[in-house]
Ligand binder design. Sequence first.
Ligand code: GLN
Ligand code: ZN
Length: 757
Amino acid sequence: MAILHNLGFPRIGRKRELKKALEAYWQGQSSESELEQTAAQLRAQNWQLQQGLDWLPVGDFSLYDQVLDLSFTLGNIPARLQHLAGSELDNYFRLARGRSAQDSACSCIHAGEMTKWFDTNYHYIVPEVTAQTEFSLQSSRLLQQFREAKAQGVQAKPVLIGPLTYLWLCKAKDQSEPLALLPRLLPVYQQLLQTLQQAGAEWIQLDEPILATELSEPWQLAFVSAYSLLAEVPVKLLLASYFGQLGANLPLLQALPVAGIHLDAVRGRAEVQQVLQGLAPQQVLSLGVIDGRNIWKTDLTAVLDWLEPIAALLGDRLWLAPSCSLLHVPVDLDSEQKLLPELKNWLAFAKQKLQELQILGLALNQGRLLVAEALIDNAAAIASRRQSALVHNPAVQQALQQIRPEQAQRQSPYPVRAQQQAARFALPLYPTTTIGSFPQTTAIRQARLALKKGTISAAQYRDQMQTEIAHAVAQQEQLGLDVLVHGEAERNDMVEYFGEQLSGFAFSQHGWVQSYGSRCVKPPIIYGDISRPQPMTVAWTQYAQSLTTKPMKGMLTGPVTMLNWSFVRDDQPRQQTCLQLALAIRQEVQDLEAAGVGIIQIDEAALREGLPLRQSEWQQYLDWAVFAFKLCANGVADSTQIHTHMCYSEFNDIIAEIAALDADVITIETSRSDMELLRAFEHFDYPNQIGPGVYDIHSPNTPTTAQMVKLMQKAAQQIPAQRLWVNPDCGLKTRQWSEVLPALKNMVAAAQQLRQN
Ligand code: GLN
Ligand code: ZN
């Protein structure tokens, strides 16, 4: 009998209930107990939705981030938060976002740094440590949730991040080596496992996704010592690896004394046989056969053909699950009313993926005949997608064939262009700008909703957006910014906006996925060959430019980011989809230039995100990603200034490629890192212009002029002032005008002060 289980379920709720509850709480519109109540309801709902599996995850729920939760559980809370007034929850949100619901706008707690969870678009709060860090079991969150699940009759399996992955995610604030903390950390893990075991836990899942990365010898050895110690606790451990192949870590995993192993059998299918051969006699093997990272239906017949011999071999030592937590896919396809039926029939969201799992379980345990109908439907869907005219467009295929390498090259080198651009735009030293978006107000969102519902006409919508643009332009002029933006009022999202206008993309209505905290994104679905039927941004930008004599930046999203923030086709290489995107956006760049737009920003917020987990695969990705950006951006005259923008990026290891993009200006997120991220540019002698973000747009706090001057002075020690810009870390769409205006006022004042020095 194959056992069915799940590694984690989306926590945001079918209708983003968690987001709404969090935001109401932060704004003082609801109490802590109301927030906790919504959270408990969501957990109950999720367990309900997962009924039918043998083991359900508990501990996968979080009010903000599971890594942050673990930091609190382990008592790893930065010194700056200790001794502050308020509850544990206050400190939790202070570390998450710089401020608790009780704090005033001027309180100045440095939020924890945020970074990507492996190669996903989920962001976690980086745990901070020093050589002095001590751990102790603090929060009883996991235990409480375990009891809560049991009280609801749930067969619960606590899940938590394993000790090695936790340390690997830590950032040392004093150059010390986080791994050295392992001896102090393990007793706390032991204690935690013990507590859960005493509360009745039979299995505990420890996630160690770093097993899908290249591990140095000290880390490998640490796995052995750590799991030998944890094995002393009388509870069964399921060690979960996901997001890729094990590679050189495979023998290591096999040597660990754990009761069960979970493998990503989608990305790591090739290794399963080898793991199978080394499995200990009593050991359980969990195979993640349903893709937890994408939204396509599983080819169930193909999976069954492959699984049946394994099931025969393992009996009830075979467990089945999605490849990883379902955190990375939307909740329920049944909520979708507007997808083309043909396309919808190719998809599966979290709930549907668990249904697939149950079909597999039934077929293995009781024979395929029992689920014959489901298998026939599934096979028909798989065949329909393979042949559909929705997917294949010969004209796009042909355009791809005709790409020439010189199309990706600017006409002259940067110094020549810089001179022409300086003469054209006559900007002051330390020019100021913003990253593109201004607050997406309720009025803006309501207008978009009204347009969708048909209660206002397209002309009315355009008028209202133009009013918003005019407002944003007037505010920027009043603030004294140097290079203006139109504010992106008309954009719901930086990828969705473009995807909606391109062929080959589809959009769900409710397909939200958590990006960080309360922020959710609705990744587009790239299902077919991509083309651009008509210009997408030209009219809005032209209108904005008509309102001012200052330069207006055109604003686009780059091909690599479009790719990395979408659910992509799994029937052709990512690279090919990326080139299709590059060609479509290149047309837009050239149309903007022809319309007189002299500065064009192409956001590649997610370029780094696409890096494969294994460094040995990086170069290949970077080569095609850089080429795609250049193909999209570089077909312009020397006097046209190309900007790019990137967030959340550690640049050290990709700085050569960033330079190779050859953008005239790059703006980056640096304020939370105290300009540390600039080091890479300094060491590389990065030749072009840089705008290191001077304020953290993720926090509602207002940065002071003095703070920003100090940051820029630090920057000027690393990069010549002549090549520095002054700008926020990222777009301002999630903020309110009342937060943005004082912050930008201080920022412009900072630039003025810098110019006088
Ligand atoms: N231009 C976008 C904005 O300002 C960039 C957002 C991003 O980098 N994530 O919103
Ligand atoms: Zn950004």
